[in-house]
Design a protein around this ligand. Sequence first.
Ligand SMILES: Nc1nc2c(ncn2[C@@H]2O[C@H](COP(=O)(O)OP(=O)(O)OP(=O)(O)O)[C@@H](O)[C@H]2O)c(=O)[nH]1
Ligand SMILES: Nc1nc2c(ncn2[C@@H]2O[C@H](COP(=O)(O)OP(=O)(O)OP(=O)(O)O)[C@@H](O)[C@H]2O)c(=O)[nH]1
Ligand SMILES: [Mg+2]
Ligand SMILES: [Mg+2]
Ligand SMILES: [Zn+2]
Ligand SMILES: [Zn+2]
Lengths: 217, 217
Amino acid sequence: TQILKKNDELARAMRAEFRAKGVYVINVVSSPGAGKTELLTRVLRELRARGLRVAAVVGDLATENDADRLGASGAPARQIVTGTVCHLEADMVARSLEGLALDGWALGDLDVLFIENVGNLVCPASFDLGEECRWLLFPCTEGEDKPLKYPTLINTVDVVVLSKMDIAQAVGFARTTALENIASMRPGASVFETSAKTGAGVDALVDDLVRRRDAFR
Amino acid sequence: TQILKKNDELARAMRAEFRAKGVYVINVVSSPGAGKTELLTRVLRELRARGLRVAAVVGDLATENDADRLGASGAPARQIVTGTVCHLEADMVARSLEGLALDGWALGDLDVLFIENVGNLVCPASFDLGEECRWLLFPCTEGEDKPLKYPTLINTVDVVVLSKMDIAQAVGFARTTALENIASMRPGASVFETSAKTGAGVDALVDDLVRRRDAFR
Ligand SMILES: Nc1nc2c(ncn2[C@@H]2O[C@H](COP(=O)(O)OP(=O)(O)OP(=O)(O)O)[C@@H](O)[C@H]2O)c(=O)[nH]1
Ligand SMILES: Nc1nc2c(ncn2[C@@H]2O[C@H](COP(=O)(O)OP(=O)(O)OP(=O)(O)O)[C@@H](O)[C@H]2O)c(=O)[nH]1
Ligand SMILES: [Mg+2]
Ligand SMILES: [Mg+2]
Ligand SMILES: [Zn+2]
Ligand SMILES: [Zn+2]
C-alpha cells in the first residue's frame, strides 16, 4: 500500500543516516507486557557501564510511563504517544529523534539507539524503522505456541529473547518445546534466555549486541 | 471507514439473529497469551455441567491449537485462521457459524456462544461481532498499567477479568494499583479475579454470565 511504501522510503533514508553517523539501532518488539522496558533498562545500564553512549525512544498508545522508567538507567529516553496507532512508523521515530536533538543528544553523540515498539505481535512486522537489528521478546508466561501463531513477525527478527525466565518453573514453561517452535519458524535466529529481575542472561545478550555492532562499524 | 461500516451492518444483523434464536454471545479479548483459552475451557465445562448448551469459535493468525483445546471441554469449537489479520471481523464469525451448522450445531441449539478473539489489545475494540457482552482479560503477569495504555479497548467492555491470579504473588502483582487503574478507565465494569489453573473465581464469573443471560432472555 502507499503507506508502507512511503514508510519504507523514509526508513531507508534513516538507515543511511544512522550508518553515516555510526549509530547502531535496535527495534524491540513483543506482545504487551512481555518485559521490554524492564529488560531494556538493565541493558541500557550495562552498556553505559561499558562506556557506550546510548539512548532510547519508546512507543505506546497512551502514558509516558515507559520513557520515565527507561530514563532511570541514566540514558536519555523519549516517549512517542501514538494515540490509536498500534505500532511505530518511521516518521514518528524521526520526529522523536528531532526532540532528542533539542534535548542536546544529536545522533553523532550516540553509539546505540533502542526503539521500544508498541506491544503488538502483528503490525510492527511491516514497518521498517531504519533499524539494523530486531529483537523479539517471548515471555515464558505466554505459553510456548506464540512463535507458531505469529509467523510473519518472527521471520523479520534477528534475535529472540525468552524473558522472565526467573518464573519459568512457577508457570510450568515447556522450554524445550518453545525452543523447538522458535527453531522451526526462524532457524537463523540467535536465542537468549533472560531475567530482568535477577539479571540472568543479560550479559550474554549485551555481548551479542556489542559483537553485532563491532561488525557493523 | 467503509470496512467498519460494512462490518457494523453485518454485526447488527447477526445480533438480531442471535437474539431471535436466544443465543447469548460473548466476545473475549486480551493480549496474546493472557489465558483466554485456558479460562474458556473451564468456563465451557462449568456451563455444560449446569445444563447449558454452549459452543465456541476462536481466531488466530495461524494454527488450529486453540479450537482443539476448547473442544476438550466437550463443547463444539471451530477455529478461524485469519492469516495476516490481527482481529476477528463479523463476516469471519458468520462463515464459521455456517461451518458449525454443517457440523450439526444450528444457532437454535445453543444457549451461549463464545468468540475468542485474536490476541490483540487494539483492533478488536473497533470490530463489533454481534455480541451481547465483552470480556477483557488482563493477566497479572503483564503489570498493572495495561488499562491505562489501552483506553479505547477497555471502554468497550462489560467485564474485566484478572487472570492467572494463582501466580500473582510470585510475580509481585500490585493488585490494588491494577484495580484502581481499571476503575479510573472503566468505572462501570464488573471485575473478576480468576485462575484457570486452580479454578479460583471461575464460579463467580460463570454466575455473572448466567445472571446477564437471564436478563437478556
Ligand atoms: N499459572 C497460570 N498459567 C496460566 C493460567 N491460564 C493460562 N496460563 C498459561 O498461560 C499461557 C497462555 O495461555 P492461553 O490460554 O493459551 O492464552 P490465550 O489468551 O488463549 O493465548 P492466545 O490465544 O494465543 O492469545 C499457557 O502457558 C497457560 O498454561 C492460569 O490461570 N494460571
Ligand atoms: N518475574 C519477572 N517479571 C518481569 C520481568 N520483566 C518484566 N516483568 C514484569 O512484567 C510486567 C511488564 O513488564 P514491562 O517491562 O513493563 O513490559 P513491556 O513489554 O515493556 O510492556 P509494554 O511496554 O506495556 O508492552 C511488569 O509487571 C514487570 O514487573 C522479569 O524478568 N521477571
Ligand atoms: Mg514497555
Ligand atoms: Mg487462545
Ligand atoms: Zn498497527
Ligand atoms: Zn487488526
